[in-house]
Design a protein around this ligand. Structure first.
Ligand SMILES: [Fe+2]
Ligand SMILES: [Fe+2]
Length: 189
């Protein structure tokens, strides 16, 4: 469900709860429970909506760190570019912002993959081929999404954003972590 639909539903729910609250207050009085329950809905729904909207975005956590400064900086940049795409999904940012968000995220992902691959190759990381295969597979999938975006425009953004967000977070926390002990040891030498 899009953010716009959620906001419209929340507004309708708050308006209905407010009207019912006033009505029950007038008929049953302040000593009865229903008006206070309806008041809780009026106050609670905007709070929950705000919380849910914030949860759509990604925030860097220390546990994502691989302990290699350039790679961490790249991963942080990727998360902020994902947030631009999520903003394009959830807010009325317009086609120019949306296209730029998608292009920047895909371009920087490719740049980052090459940086990681150079580092792994340079130091003779044993699973270089396996790691690169994951990057290549993701790049192919991302190109498919880009082609679909060219055809469908904004309607394709939720699917692209969902895929890129999940893939990058899982990759950063999974596959990327596997090279950490090996590369950190090499970089210390
Ligand atoms: Fe990475
Ligand atoms: Fe990687």
């Amino acid at each position: 469900m899009s953010l716009r639909t959620r906001v419209l539903l929340a507004v309708a729910l708050v308006a209905a709860a407010l009207a019912a609250g006033v009505l029950t207050l007038m008929t049953q009085g302040a000593a009865s429970l229903p008006p206070w329950l309806l008041l809780a809905v009026v106050v609670g729904v905007p709070f929950l909506l705000r919380q849910q909207t914030c949860d759509a975005f990604v925030v860097w956590k220390d546990e994502y760190s691989v302990g290699i400064e350039t790679i961490d900086q790249d991963h942080k940049k990727l998360l902020s570019l994902i947030n631009n795409l999520l903003a394009a999904q959830h807010c009325r940012t317009g086609p120019e912002f949306e296209r730029q968000a998608l292009d920047e995220l895909m371009d920087y992902t490719q740049f980052h993959f090459e940086r990681e691959e150079d580092l792994m190759r340079e130091h003779g990381y044993p699973d270089y081929e396996g790691h690169k295969a994951q990057h290549d597979q993701m790049a192919i999938q991302a190109q498919l999404f880009r082609s679909r975006y060219e055809e469908k425009g904004h309607d394709e953004i939720p699917a692209v954003a969902r895929y890129l967000k999940l893939w990058l977070i899982q990759h950063i926390n999974g596959t990327d972590r596997k090279y950490v002990p090996f590369l950190r040891e090499k970089l210390r030498q």
